[in-house]
Write a protein that binds this ligand. Structure first.
Ligand SMILES: NC(=O)c1ccc[n+]([C@@H]2O[C@H](COP(=O)([O-])OP(=O)(O)OC[C@H]3O[C@@H](n4cnc5c(N)ncnc54)[C@H](OP(=O)(O)O)[C@@H]3O)[C@@H](O)[C@H]2O)c1
Length: 289
């Protein structure tokens, strides 16, 4: 079996590539940039435009869409729609043209056309588009926040905490997450590829414990060896912080992030992944110290 991983050079893509290789699946990483294949069963294919997509997925039994962004670039108002919706339309069309009938699509918990943020709304619309494709068996995955070596969640807070002068003002501190391990996400995706499910499933992916953002940041500070007082900001100040920080290069926090944080990112208890943050994070946050 061969799988084409669009956006496969990113954080989840690297973990999924390793998991698929363990199961004997050949992987084609499809990326906009040049890169190097990790081993003999991995091929790196540069794909710079929608026109090249059918060729990029041709000969594969399955396509996995891992492309996603957390923020729009400055002066690029269309970024969310371009990556989360139009790219999905192009992928679905490419699958049709190349005769690929299996699609795994990574969405996000709370993604929906009625969600408060543009990130979640466009993710919801893209997910619906992936499932509406005729002749394609689609399974989508809806993770809460994902942690693991190389994540941009705990690592980002660890980097910010390094410079905090004893106090860390935190927006939306009471929002709840169910952090899920990237290895568990990769396993769930590989399982679904191996299974003979009918398609149409939309699978929430949550870790074993719910944690508030404040608890997660306090835990990160503990691992990083920083004695920091994490101060939850009231709503008005959270909003003001978003308005200020989204003007900075790299948008460390944006209005759209603030809106995403208006809903808890947790699952009901029916389906939980096994690995807890405490089992893995000390290996890469503590080690960074
Ligand atoms: N990490 C989390 O906590 C989390 C939580 C919920 C959902 N998700 C979703 O999970 C998926 C994978 O996330 P990740 O953490 O692995 O993110 P990541 O490391 O940033 O990787 C995402 C990939 O998306 C591709 N991409 C970005 N902009 C693109 C564009 N304009 N056109 C085409 N491809 C583009 C990039 O591929 P190239 O640069 O190689 O082309 C990048 O490698 C995303 O859909 C994300 O929204 C992640």
């Amino acid at each position: 079996m061969r799988a084409a991983l669009i956006g496969g050079g990113g954080f989840v893509g690297v973990a999924l590539t390793a998991e698929l290789r363990r199961r004997g699946v050949d992987v084609r990483v499809v990326s906009r940039r040049a890169g190097a294949a990790a081993d003999a069963g991995v091929e790196w294919r540069v794909c710079a435009s929608a026109r090249q997509l059918p060729q990029a997925v041709a000969g594969c039994d399955c396509v996995v869409n891992l492309a996603g962004i957390l923020n729009k670039r400055h002066f690029h108002a269309d970024d969310f729609r371009r990556v989360h919706i139009r790219l999905v339309e192009d992928i679905v069309a490419a699958c049709g043209e190349a005769g690929v009938s299996r699609l795994l699509h990574v969405s996000a918990l709370n993604a929906s056309r009625n969600a408060p943020s543009e990130y979640l709304r466009t993710k919801g619309e893209g997910e619906d588009c992936a499932h509406a494709a005729a002749g394609i068996r689609t399974t989508s995955f809806r993770p809460s926040v994902i942690f693991g070596r190389g994540d941009s969640f705990l690592n980002r807070f660890a980097a910010l905490l390094k410079w905090a002068p004893g106090v860390f003002p935190l927006a939306c501190a009471d929002t709840m997450f169910a952090p899920v391990f990237v290895g568990d996400v990769a396993r769930a995706m590989a399982d679904s590829l191996g299974g003979d499910g009918a398609g149409g499933e939309r699978l929430p992916l949550c870790g074993p414990q719910d944690r508030s953002l404040r608890e997660i940041v306090e835990y990160t500070a503990h691992l990083a060896g920083r004695r920091i007082n994490v101060v939850g900001l009231p709503d008005t100040l959270s909003l003001m912080q978003a308005r200020v920080l989204e003007c900075l290069p790299g948008k460390p926090f944006s209005m759209d992030n603030y809106l995403s944080l208006q809903v808890d990112s947790v699952c009901d208890d029916a389906r939980r992944c096994a690995v807890a943050m405490e089992e893995v994070a000390p290996d890469y946050i503590g080690a960074a110290r």
